[in-house]
Write a protein that binds this ligand. Sequence first.
Ligand code: HAM
Length: 414
Amino acid sequence: MASKYQAPRGTFDVLPEQGRARARLEAAAREVFARAGYEPVATPAFEDTDLFVRGVGRSTDIVRKEMFTFEDKGGRSLTLRPEGTAPICRAYLEHGMHKLAQPVKLAYVGPFFRHERPQAGRYRQFHQLGLECIGADSPLADAEAIMLLSDLLGELGVPGVELRLGSLGSLEARRGYLEELKAHLHAHEGELAREVRERIDVNPLRAFDSDDEGTRAVMASAPTIVERLEGEDAAHFAEVRELLDAAGIAYEIDPALVRGLDYYTRTIFSFVCEELGAQSEVGGGGRYDGLIEQLGGPATPAVGWAAGIERILLALGEAEEPAGRDAFVAIADEGQRRRAMALATELRRAGLSAEVDLAGRGLKGQLKHADRIGARRVVILEADGSAQLRDMGSGEQRPVESGNLVEEMTGGES
Ligand code: HAM
């Protein structure tokens, strides 16, 4: 019986098949974060709208078109967070983390919201896992961040992942380059897509991202920032590359790499999985040395990334097999219900997965259900207080001493 209600457009329900794979992915990520000293944090699902306007940038698609913005009852403008970096920087400042030993290394997992046109791999509510390393300008921090995402994707077995690497230079260095790029775009205005033409002066870098053929031709001869890097910017980028080389991480320098957020400076990177089609980026990030200052804090260098949980799961492609159960506690007689519950609790406390029948089935039905949920062994509690142990693989069944059930089930070690 279908209800007239459905999950809103661009959102989805996580059902058990996907829930299992998701839990495994999140556990792997938490491990990777913890091993490298990134502490788990969480920020609210909504923030003051202005945080994103300032942080992500007024000229970005995210702020111009994709935010879920609403007014609360006090007339304040709030926005469901479209990304996690600006909120983490807000929290860093609000809680005086700039006074702690630097860098502060933080990690997060949670839902994010963008009003985009839904398609495979692109949703209006999606989930990211990410990390931010705040207060370090060393190329080591960039390399560490990149290596951790590379390791995580490798550990999970995401196939066909490629790393694209670029650098946008520091904010000051970029000013000169942007003028050069604008001049190139103005010189070819007639060949550009309207969207790009209208934004030459607001966000010229985005022209590199256009799918429009005319624009792409213009961009093929555009000056790139990677070839204009000088001094400390060039040295920083060179060292990030050397560190990745030394770690054996393959990458391709992509001079046309740009990202959809305004806060990036110097290193930017993107992990793509071509098999995913149009929405091929599984994760990406970069350095954002100006963001904390932009939000009213002291000048603080930082680097981080976020990866899309749904995209990683799509790339992995398989639904996780059910884990099965170590034990099912069946009863041959109604009178054994409490004993069954107590035994299941004891087995769970001993670390096993165990279930009892919650649907009032007869013994035959219980055995059938135990088989369906993949129970490896079934304990049958008889009316006279005795017990049988059935191995579901071999079908073999034998009596067991009631007092020894937990020891029997845990391999005699409990
Ligand atoms: P982003 O590239 O906008 O970066 O998003 C990171 C990842 O989130 C993407 O690579 C993609 O896998 C996933 N993603 C983005 N939008 C959607 C969507 N609509 N549906 C499904 N998945 C999506 C950031 O958000 C930055 N905060 C990353 C960062 C952290 N930079 C520095 N620190």
